[in-house]
Design a protein around this ligand. Structure first.
Ligand code: NAP
Length: 257
């Protein structure tokens, strides 16, 4: 995710590469980030904290408290902390980081890598309007961004944070179904990809109601209607709802850990 964010910041021109300092303890990762995106790199997190005013925390949730304990003595009121850790609430961040830094929690997704990310954020009470604007600009440079109350974050984590994996799973099933119909695999993949992309863009651009769109594609007794009849009899809608519920429940569990 850190790479996705760094690449978004630099490749969209949102930040100059020399304004970004990436900190990772793995030398190969640092080398890749420096070479690929031209950003400054360091293995010294304290140096990064002394240098930067906006800190994007992109370590695994279970590593975040240790990281914050290490940098807490260096944190001041001039720092804005932006955490992308799943399940780490603003309250937990404040407990670990102290009162001084301003806090924003973001749930991005991996599509940031291709400038089609979906990022949702919520800000702590001490965040300034300029912090919200900066976060919206940073994450909005590589996709859509939305501010929502924190109470929605488990659902957000399930739908857009974990969602790319669920959509890829559906795509995988469509490709398998098409290859069973003897469509070559490469062609099936292209057709599935473009159909998902095209449908998403069409619905987003037109704002059309999904039920109305489905009805418009499905002419009576046509091919789409034949397929839809199977879908409607299946448990797919229920299974997808259960998938999101399980991911949201795990996010809630992580919040309590
Ligand atoms: N993956 C997603 O699609 C997604 C979506 C939304 C949000 N998130 C959130 O994004 C965060 C990162 O996820 P990820 O999948 O990118 O994890 P990841 O691949 O494990 O990346 C985290 C990186 O941070 C490094 N690191 C850990 N502690 C460090 C420290 N103290 N100083 C410097 N570097 C340190 C890790 O190094 P080591 O390998 O040596 O530990 C690793 O290279 C998580 O909190 C996750 O909840 C992920």
């Amino acid at each position: 995710m850190a790479e996705a964010i760094a690449s978004a910041l630099v490749q969209t021109g949102c930040c100059d590469p020399w304004d970004v300092i990436a900190c990772d303890r793995d030398a190969a990762r640092r080398e890749l980030l420096a070479k690929q995106y031209g950003v400054a790199v360091t293995d010294d997190v304290k140096q990064a904290v002394r240098t930067a005013r906006t800190l994007v925390l992109a370590v695994k949730p279970q590593d975040l408290d240790a990281l914050l304990a290490e940098i807490r003595p260096l944190l001041t009121t001039r720092h804005l902390l932006v955490s992308i850790a799943a399940g780490k609430t603003l309250a937990a961040l404040k407990r670990a980081a102290g009162d001084k830094p301003r806090l924003v929690r973001v749930m991005p997704n991996l599509a940031l890598m291709v400038q089609e990310g979906m990022s949702v954020f919520c800000a702590a009470r001490n965040a300034k309007p300029a912090d919200r604007k900066l976060v919206a600009q940073l994450f909005g440079s590589a996709g859509s961004v939305l501010e929502l109350p924190e109470k929605h974050f488990d659902a957000v984590t399930a739908l857009s944070g974990s969602g790319p994996a669920f959509v890829a799973y559906v795509m995988q099933a469509l490709i398998a179904g098409a290859t069973a119909l003897k469509l070559p695999r490469d062609a099936a993949r292209l057709l599935a990809e473009q159909t998902l992309i095209g449908t998403g863009i069409y619905l987003q651009n037109t704002g059309r109601d999904t039920a109305d769109f489905i009805q418009a594609v499905a002419s009576p007794k046509g091919t789409t209607a034949a397929g839809l009849a199977v879908l409607e009899k299946s448990a797919l809608a229920q299974t997808l709802a259960q998938t999101l519920a399980a991911a949201a429940a795990r996010s809630a569990e992580l919040s309590k850990a």
